[in-house]
Design a protein around this ligand. Structure first.
Ligand SMILES: CC(C)(COP(=O)(O)OP(=O)(O)OC[C@H]1O[C@@H](n2cnc3c(N)ncnc32)[C@H](O)[C@@H]1OP(=O)(O)O)[C@@H](O)C(=O)NCCC(=O)NCCS
Length: 112
């Protein structure tokens, strides 16, 4: 019988502009961002197929957003998964900003 997995761990990887979720020490998913002043703009979330549907994206985004709050920053949910998460988690409404055309233009140049 295999051992039960340890609880997943979420880490902020500043150099890579992302948060990662680790399962048994292996990266199972990430949510990527760029900082625009006090705004942390989330633009992509992914979980490896092997780990899909276990709630890892939800755990990852929850902890990433908790970290944004702890850092005194604000959230911009360009990533559709993060946008959907925010709709279900009103506790972040006070630190969420809308996705504007300005943000999207800025993000495009950042990611070029
Ligand atoms: C989206 C993704 C990160 C979800 O990972 P996961 O660990 O399986 O997600 P969870 O188990 O925490 O949550 C599953 C939920 O994600 C939702 N979801 C799946 N793809 C989605 C998408 N593209 N946009 C928004 N929500 C999505 C599912 O509908 C499900 O919702 P439910 O809770 O209402 O059933 C993963 O499927 C993935 O990497 N997809 C490919 C990349 C992608 O489309 N990323 C999102 C936009 S950047």
């Amino acid at each position: 019988m295999s051992q039960p997995s340890a609880a997943p761990i979420v880490e902020r990887v500043d150099a890579g502009h992302r948060y990662e979720i680790l399962v048994d020490g292996k990266r199972a998913g990430l949510t990527a961002y760029r900082d625009r002043g006090e705004q942390r703009v989330f633009f992509h979330t992914e979980v490896d197929d092997a780990f899909a549907g276990q709630g890892l994206a939800a755990a990852l985004v929850q902890q990433a957003l908790d970290d944004v709050r702890a850092s005194g920053k604000r959230i911009v949910p360009v990533c559709p998964y993060v946008a959907k998460f925010l709709k279900r988690h009103n506790e972040f409404a006070d630190i969420a900003d809308p996705v504007t055309p300005d943000v999207l233009r800025w993000l495009e140049t950042e990611l070029d």
